[in-house]
Write a protein that binds this ligand. Structure first.
Ligand code: HAM
Length: 419
């Protein structure tokens, strides 16, 4: 038999492996700036951990767990599974270290492979990597906003175009009424529901909103926003206000429910249309109550996970993303301009911009072709005239527009164009 990799498992070589590394490096830089601390946890845990957190009725536990036989030298041990996500294991480790009672406010990040027995397709693998963030002991809406702002910084650093979708699922006070309304609606539309929704109706009516088979029908279902209690409404209003102040573009999607059962209040997904059907490249939300449900103190929790492969796919598909593509290519024309162009490149790089200085031996037309091929957002042209006047000719290669700028203003203009 030929020894090949398993279905849904991938090899990454060369540039593809580098793309994953770049996403992870960028996420680590984000985690560092936000004062998060690394946590490393095992890939194998007791099955009950996932049943009690991800949700006994969730697809992840019902259909997607990679179950592993217990070791033969440990007959007393319970059944085990490869982790389908990082959140439950991080909470288990947090509890096992006694932090919920000793020092509850903790900010963690982790990175590593997760396993889900799913039907593989583009962007959906059976082994994939998540870069996750979990913050404990912060019940305030500012923390939810900070997480979304963090992701916005991350995607800006990569130059990725995405859409932020946010929603509030309410809490233990108001969700039962919403659940009951969905149940009633589902029963009234029973004949029109798909087979999966018949299951959802019994076990988790919120997921009726998630139906991919008949999205139009789901549109007529009750909307969670109408059922939020006053504290949940105020919490969500603060999240929205803070996102507005931070300039994070988002849409409220009242149909956004998550595939895992533990969420309360704020939930969000980051959609990269470049990825295709599996378009959520990052997802997360608040899970107050989960630490307690797993045996700990009543500590609030919130977090998200970046899908590393999906983000790399989005980078590869988004021709304009900065996944290796420079903010600008500098074209120096004439001997005198070369030294000045090197100096300009150094200044711009010191400000965190990605700059490629093109070979002065190329003809100007060929330089523009090169700038286009490497996906540079701008060309900066420095010739004798520009040198004398202390300016730079900046050409926006996407908009095909150009402007002459004082040299000192170029860095700010390039940074602003990152959007
Ligand atoms: P999730 O939405 O199940 O959330 O997964 C988060 C991200 O992991 C997805 O948006 C996607 O990018 C990636 N992902 C999930 N399944 C696959 C797959 N089969 N193939 C490739 N990528 C995949 C969670 O896992 C939560 N633990 C997130 C969280 C952390 N919530 C709070 N804290």
């Amino acid at each position: 038999m030929k020894l090949t990799r398993l279905r849904g498992f991938q090899d990454y070589l060369g540039a593809d492996a580098r793309a994953l590394g770049m996403v992870e490096d960028c996420a680590r830089a984000m985690a560092y700036r936000h004062a998060l601390n690394e946590i490393r946890i095992p890939a194998l845990e007791r099955i009950e951990l996932y049943e009690r957190s991800s949700g006994e009725t969730s697809d992840v536990v019902q259909k997607q767990l990679y179950r592993v036989p217990r070791a033969s030298d440990s007959p007393g041990e319970s059944d085990q599974a490869l982790r389908p996500e990082g959140t439950p294991g991080v909470i288990r480790a947090y509890l096992e270290a006694g932090l919920d009672r000793g020092d509850p406010e903790q900010r963690f990040f982790y990175c590593g492979p997760m396993f889900r027995y799913e039907r593989p397709q583009k962007g959906r693998l059976r082994q994939f990597n998540q870069f996750g963030v979990e913050i404990f002991g912060r019940a305030d809406a500012a923390c939810d906003a900070e997480l979304i702002i963090m992701i916005d910084e991350f995607r800006r650093a990569l130059g990725l175009e995405v859409r932020f979708e946010v929603n509030s699922l309410g809490d233990g006070q108001c969700r039962p009424a919403f659940r009951a309304a969905l149940l009633e609606w589902g029963r009234a539309h029973h004949a029109e529901l798909c087979a999966d929704c018949h299951q959802r109706l019994e076990h988790n009516p919120l997921r009726l909103l998630d139906c991919k088979t008949d999205a139009a029908l789901a549109q007529s279902a009750p909307s969670g926003g109408d059922y939020l209690c006053a504290p949940c409404r105020a919490h969500f209003a603060t999240v929205e206000r803070l996102l507005g102040v931070a300039g994070v573009p988002y849409v409220v999607n009242p149909r956004l429910v998550r595939g895992l059962d533990y969420y309360t209040r704020t939930t969000f997904e980051v959609i990269s249309s470049a990825v295709g059907a599996q378009s959520a490249s990052v997802a997360g939300g608040r899970y107050d109550g989960l630490v307690e449900a797993l045996g700990g103190a009543a500590v609030a929790g919130t977090g998200f996970a970046i899908g590393v492969e999906r983000t790399a796919l989005a980078l590869a598909a988004d021709r304009h993303a900065a996944g290796g593509a420079p903010d600008a290519a500098i074209i120096a024309i004439g001997e005198a301009a070369i030294a000045s162009a090197i100096e300009l490149a150094r200044e711009l790089r010191a400000g965190g911009l990605r700059i490629e200085l093109l070979s002065p031996d190329r003809a100007v037309k060929a330089s523009f072709r090169r700038a286009d091929r490497i996906g540079a957002r701008h060309a900066l042209i420095l010739g004798d005239d520009e040198l004398r006047a202390g300016v730079v000719l900046m050409r926006d290669l996407r908009a095909s527009a150009q402007a002459t700028l004082p040299r000192g203003e170029v860095a700010a203009a390039l940074a602003a164009a990152r959007g």
